[in-house]
Structures are given as structure tokens and as C-alpha cells.
Design a protein around this ligand. Structure first.
Ligand code: ADP
Length: 449
């Protein structure tokens, strides 16, 4: 029958497609369901790269790296609360995952550096294409080539189990067909995170109330509920990656170092409103109080030259510039006259060595050199580290750490890989490695059941 398969994959992000392709290649008949009308989830939006160690791409560039260093970097970045067994898989499978993607047609030949990595290991397409969109496209093309049954607008609602507790399928809701069961011996949850769901986010971390999110609309966490209803245990849900200055234009986090090196924050009225280098939560709360719930990081070429990262923001098109503050204001919708006065006043504080308005403790440089830049920022939630508890075979576990037979999880829906903080480049690495692993394990399991 049409709705009976070996493996159902829920979610069409990088984890879901990796799982579907790998389950298929391990002999399983697969259906992949996606509740949204478009494929790709957040994976498609990822701009960084795919972390991997010991790759041919690194060797070609004489980069010395090994999985041990990647393991250590990831644990340190996650403040050592990561599940070390999962991190071992992440790092030791990473080369295999890059090779797997490359064999399917991906270009991951450019290797760059991301925060928290001790060497260059962030693999991405040469020429600056977004890694997430590229990886999702390659996986999608491969799924289509294999005739995998992909059902859009179809939401996974409830896991179906038999009397012995084994997974037997999933209740889904199709936009046109309504509710129906898909029967399968194994279900892989690859439903992503919940950063777009501020109610859920702020319940777990009240400091994040009112934050926007970089995520796609489907990232609300209903997959977490599906898992919880099936008896899955959760891990590290309270660790949510957020930032007071997220670029409104590009959805990238703008590092605190931009402020640290001298940028000021102004509102649309062209006025400063906070000590720019206060704590993250205070900066975020102050920005949310401004007109339009956003503010602008203003700086000049002297700040730009002091920090290499800024060129990346300029390259991404999120830091427009002009040769005067007046023009910049006009261009970006900030009161240019007030902005000019504000910067002059701020520069006088730099000369005096004292911020008479907001007591900003560091005043590294005056803003009066070359071009001026404005990055519109607002506090945002980017990634949810926690989620469903899995073991080293991507099997979902219950509160007693017993495996729920036939239930698998991969990607952002799971917790443990990233600990308290995910390193840039580890999301794509996570979804490919654990998606592929979940697909393989689920296919093997379905053969036995
Ligand atoms: P990952 O990066 O872990 O692969 P993504 O966010 O890229 O995660 O993808 C998750 C996908 O799962 C999204 O496209 C999302 O719309 C989809 N999804 C979430 N919950 C459900 C659900 N209950 N049923 C079907 N699809 C879902």
C-alpha cells in the first residue's frame, strides 16, 4: 500500500534529507513529510560552513587538523556540558560526511575559520554561495533522483506504537487529505528547533522575551511535542543561542567586538540610548524599547580597519555606508542631523575620556575617519541547543535512558551535540552526520522488524 513504508522521515531540512537519502541507500522504502509548503527548513538559511576535520579539502590547503582537536573545540564551545559520545561521532564522522556530500555533487572545497575553532575547518562552496542552500539543494536533487516520496504540507502529529511499545508509524495531517496514518517500522524526527516560538523560548529563558528570530516560520518546536508525547526525554532545552545585535537585513549575529572596538548604538531619532558595552540582556532590553524595536550600530573606517570581521558584514550587504553621517542617515531612515550631532558629542567624550551621557567605560576611538556605516540590529534568537535525547545510534531515549524502539532523531530537534553553545559551522556538520547515521540505523532496524 501507498502509505506503508520502512522509514518515515519528518522534516525536510538538512537532517531530514540526509536521513531520507541514507535510509534509501541502505535499502529502505522511505516517505519524507514536511509541514511547510517549502523544503529546507533553517538548514537552507545557514551562511557559515560545515565543520570537518582531516578532510582532503583541508589537506589541499595544508591545514593541519584532526578529529581530536575538533572534539576539544566543540566541547569547550559547549562549556563542556555536551554529550561527549555524540561529539566524538560529530568529529570522527565529519570527514566521511564531507566526502559523502562531495560524492553526491556538493562543492565544499573552500575552507575558512569560524569562532571557537582552533584551525580552519569550516567547509563551504568556493565563490561564496551559502552553504546551507547548497547542501539542501544537493540533498534534494539526490532524493528526487532516488524517487523518494516527498510530501509537502504534511505535518507529523503523533507517533503510533504497538502494545510492546515499538514504533509502528505516524499520524500525519495533509493539507488536502486531512489526517491519515503512515505505517512504518521506524520514524526519524528531523523537525528542527523552536527559536521562532518566542512563547516557548521566553518560558525557558525569560531574558529572551520579545526577541525576533532568524529562523524560518516552521521552527516552532512541534516536533519536540511529538517526541515528548511518544515518551522521549529532553536535554538542555534551556540553552538557547541569542544575541542582542542581530542584523535585521541579513539575520547574522553582529559580534560584540564591533561595539567593543568603538561603534555606538543609535535609534531612528539619531540618539544614543545606552552604554553600548553593557551586558547582553541590558543592551537587548534597551534596543527593544526604541522606535521599531531596532537600533543602528554606527561606526567609521577606523573601527572597520580595527576588526576584520566587519568586512564580512560589508560583504554580506548588511552594513551600508555613506561618506557623511547626514547622507547615511537619509539613506537608512535615521535622523541625519541628530546623528551628526550625536557623533560629534560622542567624539568629544572620547577626547575627554569620559562618557557624560551613559558612562560607557571604554572609548577606544573617535568616529571621524572615511566612510560611515550603519548596521540595523535587533535582539534575536538563532538556535536552540537542546532537544530530544539520543544515543550514538541516533535512537531516541526515554527518561530512563531506554531506547524507544523505532524512533530516531537528528539535527536541531536533538540535544547534546552542542552543549550550552553551538559553534558556527557545527550545525551543518551535525545535521549531515546525524541525519545520515539516523537513516542508516533506521533502515537496518526496519529490516529486522
Ligand atoms: P535541521 O537543521 O535539524 O535539519 P531544519 O530547521 O533545517 O532542521 O528543518 C526542519 C524541518 O522540519 C523544517 O522544514 C520544518 O518545517 C519541518 N517540521 C517541523 N515540525 C514538523 C512536523 N511536525 N511535521 C512535518 N515537518 C515538520
Amino acid at each position: 500500500p501507498r502509505d506503508t513504508v520502512d522509514v518515515v522521515v519528518v522534516g525536510s531540512g538538512g537532517a531530514g534529507f540526509s536521513a531520507a537519502v541514507s535510509a534509501h541507500d541502505n535499502g529502505a522504502k522511505v516517505i519524507l513529510i514536511e509541514k511547510e509548503p517549502v523544503i529546507g527548513g533553517n538548514a537552507k538559511l545557514a551562511a557559515g560552513g560545515m565543520n570537518a576535520a582531516w578532510t582532503d579539502q583541508q589537506k589541499a590547503k595544508n591545514i593541519k587538523d584532526d578529529p581530536e582537536i575538533m572534539f576539544k573545540d566543540t566541547m569547550k564551545g559547549g562549556r563542556n556540558i555536551n554529550d561527549p559520545e555524540l561529539v566524538k561521532i560529530l568529529s570522527s564522522h565529519s570527514k566521511g560526511s564531507v566526502d559523502w556530500m562531495t560524492a553526491m555533487g556538493a562543492d565544499l572545497s573552500d575552507v575558512g575559520r569560524m569562532g571557537g575553532a582552533s584551525v580552519n575547518r569550516s567547509h563551504r562552496p568556493t565563490g561564496g554561495a551559502g552553504v546551507g542552500a547548497h547542501v539542501v539543494q544537493v540533498l534534494y536533487d539526490n532524493a528526487v533522483k532516488r524517487n523518494i516520496d516527498i510530501r509537502m504540507n504534511t505535518r507529523g502529529i503523533e507517533i503510533l506504537k504497538d502494545d510492546s511499545g515499538k514504533v509502528k508509524g505516524i499520524l500525519v495531517k495533509g493539507m488536502y487529505k486531512g489526517y491519515y496514518w503512515v505505517k512504518a517500522d521506524a520514524v526519524i524526527l528531523a523537525t528542527g528547533g523552536f527559536a521562532k516560538n518566542n512563547e516557548r523560548v521566553s518560558k525557558l529563558d525569560p531574558k529572551l522575551k520579545g526577541f525576533v528570530s532568524t529562523n524560518q516560520p516552521g521552527a516552532v518546536g512541534d516536533g519536540i511535542d511529538v517526541a515528548a508525547n511518544a515518551g522521549a526525554a529532553m536535554k538542555d532545552l534551556e540553552y538557547i543561542q541569542a544575541h542582542p545585535t542581530l542584523s535585521v537585513k541579513g539575520g547574522v549575529m553582529v559580534t560584540e567586538a564591533v561595539r567593543g572596538n568603538g561603534a555606538i548604538l543609535v535609534n531612528r531619532e539619531g540618539k544614543r540610548f545606552v552604554n553600548e558595552i553593557t551586558t547582553r540582556d541590558k543592551a537587548a532590553a534597551a534596543i527593544l524599547k526604541q522606535t521599531g524595536k531596532s537600533a543602528y550600530l554606527i561606526f567609521d573606517d577606523s573601527v572597520r580597519k580595527s576588526l576584520k570581521k566587519i568586512d564580512k558584514y560589508i560583504g554580506l550587504g548588511v552594513a551600508p555606508s555613506a561618506d557623511s553621517l547626514e547622507k547615511l542617515g537619509k539613506q537608512e531612515g535615521i535622523d541625519g542631523k541628530a546623528l551628526t550631532e550625536t557623533v560629534a558629542r560622542y567624539n568629544s567624550f572620547v577626547t575627554a575620556g569620559k562618557d557624560a551621557d551613559f558612562e560607557r567605560p571604554n572609548l577606544p576611538r573617535a568616529l571621524n575617519e572615511g566612510n560611515y556605516y550603519a548596521i540595523e540590529v535587533t535582539p534575536g534568537v538563532h538556535h536552540t541547543m537542546g532537544g530530544v535525547m539520543i544515543d550514538t545510534k541516533a535512537e531516541v531515549m526515554d527518561a530512563k535512558k531506554q531506547v524507544i524502539p523505532g524512533l530516531y532523531g537528528a539535527g536541531e530537534v536533538t540535544g547534546g551535540v552542542h552543549g550550552a553553545n553551538r559553534l558556527g559551522g557545527n550545525a551543518i556538520s551535525d545535521i549531515i552526520t546525524f541525519g545520515r547515521l539516523a537513516g542508516e540505523e533506521a533502515a537496518k532496524y526496519s529490516k529486522k522488524n
